[in-house]
Design a binder for this molecule. Structure first.
Ligand SMILES: [Zn+2]
Length: 279
């Protein structure tokens, strides 16, 4: 599943390809994904100029000059393909195709169809049902240790579950929560309500650093964002703990102090952490 840095990279690729350009043609190849497409989607896209982009959690908002924003979510398997002018054979599972005035095309592909495409008034983006309940953006200056500890106060769930709750902070998935907790030295099992003071300071700093580093690794130009097959985004990472059960932990000298990275299951999902240093 694409995580926040991948979504940010996909959005930057779309921005490089589409911002300022007119959509000459839009074609919708089915009626729905997780939810029905809005009525007249292709007609409202055709002829519109793309004025800008915004990411909110793992949603991409593409703003049009007519006052609409197109909301995209990649779901479990969603991808954006992009290509220069020329014949575009619509591949299987491509549900929306956009063609710009200068001939570039962008396709939204989603074999498992957990993704989403919707329209919302740009002036009311945050009132959309999928965005209304989201907590602060982790990379915004407004996401501070004080804001996080206030959101966690009194909560008796494990800190890992509280961070995956999109109302606490928006857009964090399993991988980044594991990585940030490791880097902050906080046990994923710790009661959320006890993460305050210096722990909240460390955790907020490591959430921001983990995401910022991953976004930076995605590159800074359209060339970086587009893979040879035309897919936007990047999916190569070196994780410190995620997926590394039994491997040496980079912070510890090894056994017996630390047996290596452990895996436990919390709320049905794998958690990777160091038992010796995460408290
Ligand atoms: Zn360790």
């Amino acid at each position: 599943m694409p995580e926040l840095p991948e979504v940010e990279t996909v959005m930057r690729g779309l921005q490089a390809a589409l911002e300022g350009r007119v959509i000459r043609r839009a074609a919708v190849h089915r009626a729905d994904l997780r939810r029905a497409f809005p009525p007249g989607l292709a007609a409202r896209l055709t002829g519109a100029r793309v004025t800008g982009f915004r990411r909110r959690a793992k949603y991409i908002l593409m703003r049009l000059d007519g006052g609409d924003s197109v909301l995209f979510h990649l779901g479990m398997s969603g991808r954006m393909l992009i290509g220069p002018a020329g014949v575009h054979d619509v591949p299987r599972h491509e549900h929306l195709t956009l063609e710009t005035e200068d001939g570039w095309w962008v396709g939204f592909i989603d074999p498992r169809r957990f993704g989403c495409i919707d329209l919302v008034a740009t002036a009311a983006e945050d009132a959309h049902g999928l965005l209304a309940g989201l907590g602060p953006e982790p990379l915004d200056a407004a996401f501070t240790p004080a804001v996080l500890s206030a959101a966690l106060a009194g909560r008796r769930s494990p800190i890992k579950a509280a961070l995956l709750d999109q109302g606490t902070v928006a857009g964090l998935g399993n991988i980044y929560v594991c990585e940030a907790l490791f880097r902050a030295g906080i046990s994923p099992r710790r009661l959320a309500g006890t993460v305050a003071g210096a722990r909240a300071v460390r955790l907020v700093a490591e959430i921001k650093a983990t995401l910022t580093e991953a976004i930076a690794a995605g590159g800074s130009s359209l060339r970086d964002y587009v893979r040879p097959d035309g897919e936007l985004g990047y999916f190569q990472h070196a994780w410190k703990v995620y997926g590394r059960e039994g491997e040496a932990c980079e912070r510890c000298p090894g056994p017996p102090a630390c047996p290596g990275v452990c895996r436990i299951v919390q709320s049905g999902r794998s958690t990777f952490y160091c038992r010796a240093t995460q408290r």
